[in-house]
Write a protein that binds this ligand. Structure first.
Ligand code: PLP
Length: 397
């Protein structure tokens, strides 16, 4: 029904999509081409931290479009300067390179670590990454990811990403050799199923990195920008990484990502790194508006309050339905199901009437929640109530 008026045959078929087209969004709500509304707990995959069509983003976009869209990355522009200063002041990092996607930022991190290894570590180049980690869909970031089969799917793969187990320090230590230059991980594995690295593991990695003169790289594409209740998730474990990447939430829905590094790691020579759209004023102006909203007094307290509400509600649901509990940090959480009916619940939620609910199952036995960071108490309560009813309905058959 829904797709009748659209001819989608010219779009490359890269994933299965439901028969609907989203035409409008506001805050935590989306509307499709038939006029049906959906409560959105996916938010562009943890991207739209201020919800759909946030007024401050729209205002920044329009104002910047009026002034200057693209002078070329060979020249300075005001919004990219402003955003870089905000990011370095809010973090332990000294320098920022802006990119367009998380994968591109991670490519930059990998290049920077390899360059550092060439200059400072006698050509060391291997980067230890984690099994089940996710770092993007370019050739190098697929090899860095720990998804089964991903390293060789488009062989020949990019070499030099031995895999350790998350939260198993000995498995990391066992992989370190003369050619190891860095350890790279997500503070919470997002696509892998919302699995937090423990504080002890993060601190152990820092110690290992110090002992062996390695760089510690955190991929905060999903966990950064307030998602975990602090501006950056590395702050939850009191470690000081050497390199960080940001994506998703940093643009709040416009294409923007960033590579951040401490001064002594910034070894790129002119010509080593670049990109046509890096730091383009349209995206970075929106980035400034997003950052200022997240950094406003009380905003992150609101994230923590909603996170507590969500956590408590999920625990109640888990107890009632005999599930395996919940986990996560801030507003990146997962409900651990006791069986593989995640996809059935996601489907029932989306097709629910009169209003749909958008959820995600990164694994068949897991539901992931990544609402807007400004989601309201009422919206979290509504989602929890609907979820409870949906689980009951799906399990009745
Ligand atoms: C989404 C994601 C990426 C890839 O970002 P893109 O913008 O899709 O390239 C990389 N790392 C993590 C942790 C992510 O969640």
């Amino acid at each position: 029904m829904a797709l009748n008026e659209y001819d989608v045959s010219s779009l490359m078929d890269i994933t299965s999509r439901p028969d609907l087209v989203f035409v409008k969004g506001q805050g935590s709500w989306l509307e499709d081409n038939s006029g049906k509304r959906y409560l959105d707990f996916i938010q562009g995959w943890a991207v739209n931290c201020l919800g759909h069509s946030a007024p401050e983003m729209k205002q920044a976009l329009v104002a910047q479009a009026d002034k200057l869209m693209n002078p070329s990355p060979a020249f300075y522009n005001e919004p990219s300067i402003a955003l870089s200063l905000r990011l370095t002041q809010a973090s332990c990092f000294d320098r920022v390179f802006f990119a367009n996607s998380g994968a591109e930022a991670n490519e930059g991190a990998i290049k920077l670590a390899r360059k550092w290894g060439r200059v400072k570590r006698n050509g060391a180049y291997k980067i230890i990454t984690m099994d089940h980690g996710f770092h993007g869909r370019t050739l190098a970031t697929m090899s860095a990811s720990g998804k089964p089969g991903w390293g060789t799917m488009f062989a020949p793969q990019v070499d030099g990403f031995p895999k350790a187990d998350l939260n198993d320090l000995a498995s990391v230590e066992a992989l370190i050799d003369d050619q190891t230059v860095a350890i790279m991980l997500e503070p919470v594995q997002g696509e892998g199923g919302v699995i937090p690295a423990t504080k002890a593991f993060m601190q152990g990695l820092r110690r290992l990195a110090d002992t062996h003169n390695l760089l510690l790289i955190v991929d905060e594409v999903q966990t950064g920008m307030g998602r975990c209740g602090t501006m950056f998730a590395y702050q939850l474990s009191d470690v000081v990484p050497d390199i960080m990447t940001l994506g998703k939430g940093i643009g709040g829905g416009v294409p923007l990502a960033a590579l951040l590094a401490r001064q002594d790691v910034c070894v790129f020579s002119h010509g080593d790194q670049g990109g046509t759209y890096n730091g383009n004023p349209l995206s970075t102006a929106v980035g400034v508006a997003v950052f200022d909203a997240l950094a406003a007094p009380g905003f992150l307290d609101g994230v923590k309050a909603r996170a507590q509400q969500l956590q408590k509600g999920l625990m109640t649901i888990s107890g009632k339905h005999g599930m395996g509990g919940e986990r996560g940090h801030g507003l990146l959480r997962a409900l651990i199901l006791d069986r593989d009916d995640g996809p059935a619940i996601v489907e029932a939620a989306r097709t629910r009437a009169p209003e749909g609910l958008l959820l995600n199952a990164p694994r068949p036995n897991l539901l992931r929640f990544m609402p807007a960071l400004n989601v309201t108490e009422q919206e979290v309560a509504t989602m929890l109530k609907q979820l409870d009813e949906l689980i009951t309905a799906v399990r009745k058959g």
